[in-house]
Design a protein around this ligand. Structure first.
Ligand code: SF4
Length: 347
């Protein structure tokens, strides 16, 4: 397993994340009036809201109560495709809006804040990634959904964390060697699961990168009956602490399937909204980040997801601003790679 030579500027990505301003906290009156206004606007404008598990509980609740959907990035795009609304509003980060547009070219796709980035997407600029792929023409290029439309267009396959291991296993069994991008931890995890020959891009998620194995181990001593749930974007030492490693959907399912009453959760804490909904009698604890007592702008919650607020959402639906567009040539190529995964998931 070899890494590429391109040097990712982690510091610049972290500085950008630290400069992000979260959506404002609203008074109860303002919040209630915005929620009512947004529901009405969505009806008037024939729009549907799809929200990611990592957005605020308000955003997830609003999606559910207005006939929309809460899920991971691919399912969000799939839902938008199956829904009859002419406008899809994506509460999440930029690549999710682009994925929705890739699958729904005939629909209008809007986002409350199109400046909501993702450190994985930022770590994988198309020119550098494309050069890397060009240097290894014998390899199949598999990229994570957390990438730009251009990177998806350059890839042979797009995968989400829920299907990544199965896709790589399948390719490995066919004798294919892989280029994987951009998440190095997820790539490392998949490589260990499949034994595939993989060259890894060296990006990482600034949220999952903060979880610390030592802190989890201490927490386990305090809560010996707790199960540890870990998203595979986390470092290897954190994954080694896990009772369950899986995608957001897999972790949510685990809390209702497992008998444990307490869960230590190493992923974005936005997921607690859904976990509490699935198992209201259970107790959820955020996995420790960046050493005990430390603070940071990306500890257990994505600063870019936190940009999705009710005021921005109302403004977006009212004015039709923040429309997501994808160049048609890029879209068609990206769709081929996304569609491969969708077809694989049905096979
Ligand atoms: S949580 Fe990590 S992977 Fe998800 S959008 Fe934020 S930076 Fe990207």
């Amino acid at each position: 397993m070899t890494a590429h030579a391109y040097s990712i500027n982690d510091q610049a990505i972290r500085s950008l994340a630290n400069s992000v301003v979260a959506a404002p906290i609203l008074t109860a009156t303002k919040r209630a009036s915005l929620i009512a206004e947004i529901k009405q606007l969505m009806q008037d404008k024939d729009a549907v809201l799809v929200a990611h598990y990592y957005t605020s509980s308000d955003m997830q609740m609003l999606a559910e109560e207005s006939g929309g959907y809460v899920s991971d990035s691919l399912d969000m795009a799939r839902f938008g495709n199956e829904h009859s609304a002419s406008t899809i509003i994506v509460a999440g980060v930029k690549f999710m809006g682009e994925t929705a547009k890739i699958l729904n070219p005939e629909k209008t796709v809007l986002m409350p804040n199109p400046d909501a980035e993702c450190s994985l997407d930022l770590s994988c600029p198309i020119d550098a990634f494309s050069d890397f792929c060009d240097q290894h023409p014998d390899r199949t290029v598999v990229v994570y959904a957390n990438t730009s439309a251009q990177v998806k267009a350059r890839a042979d396959w797009v995968v989400t964390s829920s299907i990544a291991v199965n896709v790589i296993k399948h390719l490995h069994q066919r004798g294919e060697k892989i280029i994987w991008g951009p998440d190095r931890y997820l790539g490392d995890y998949i490589q260990k699961q499949t034994n595939a020959d993989m060259l890894l891009w060296q990006g990482s998620c600034i949220v999952h990168d903060e979880f610390k194995a030592e802190g989890i181990s201490r927490l386990r001593q305090k809560y010996p009956d707790a199960a540890v749930l870990v998203h595979p974007e986390s470092p290897r030492e954190v994954i080694q602490q896990a009772d369950v490693v899986g995608s957001t959907t897999a972790l949510i399912n685990a809390v209702s399937k497992m008998d444990n009453k307490t869960f230590i959760v190493a992923t974005d804490n936005g997921i607690f909204y859904k976990m509490r909904q699935m198992a209201s009698d259970k107790h959820f604890i955020e996995a420790p980040t960046n050493g005990i007592g430390a603070t940071c702008n990306s500890c257990a919650h994505c600063p870019w997801m936190a940009m999705n607020g009710l005021e921005a959402l109302a403004q977006t639906i009212k004015t039709g601003c923040n429309e997501i567009t994808v160049d048609e040539n890029v879209r068609v190529k990206a769709l081929r790679s996304v569609q491969r995964m969708i077809n694989f998931s049905k096979s």
